[in-house]
Design a protein around this ligand. Structure first.
Ligand code: FEO
Length: 168
């Protein structure tokens, strides 16, 4: 195995963190859909899928370096946020938490002189800048629109998602 036992277990922990985030976003997606915010809900399904991809990228790395993937239980996500704003606030907090988790992994890799893992983690460092920024923007949009005008956010998200599809 090309990584330490400690790194192997820290990366498995991050797989669980990413899967928990994926599940939490999925719960938000269903609640948004129930509130009649279909596009908003779709956005969170997309976010949920991305988190799963983040988890899978780590499992792929563990396999590449001869580590062992150990999956652990996924927590029951919170539901009944009651408003889009409190959901997006929670999502932003969650992204900030993930950023700290990634930074801790980077510190561990550096302290172990594990430069392969350090290099692998750079993608996550950059991705977290993106994720915190896009969630902050979404929160700003929700705050500007107010709970009664969330259809404006729906329209904006619909346009953004269409543009993103065009780029793929
Ligand atoms: Fe995988 Fe949104 O952090």
């Amino acid at each position: 195995m090309m990584i330490s036992e400690q790194m192997n277990s820290a990366l498995n922990k991050q797989v669980a963190n990413e899967l928990n985030t994926s599940f939490a976003y999925l719960a938000m997606a269903f609640e948004l859909d129930d509130m009649g915010l279909k596009i908003f809900g779709e956005r969170f399904v997309q976010q949920s899928d991305e988190e799963r991809e983040h988890a899978m990228k780590i499992t792929g790395y563990l396999q590449d370096v001869g580590g062992k993937v150990v999956l652990s239980g996924v927590d029951t996500p919170r539901s009944e946020y009651g408003s889009a704003r409190s959901m997006v606030e929670a999502a932003l907090e969650s992204e900030k938490t993930v950023t700290r988790q990634i930074n801790d992994l980077v510190s561990l890799a550096e302290s172990e002189k594990d430069y392969a893992t350090r290099s692998f983690l750079q993608w996550y460092v950059d991705e977290q800048v993106e994720e915190v920024s896009s969630m902050s923007e979404l929160l700003q949009m929700v705050e500007m629109a107010g709970e009664s005008n969330l259809f404006l956010v729906e329209n904006r998200l619909a346009k953004m998602m269409k543009q993103e599809q065009g780029k793929e």
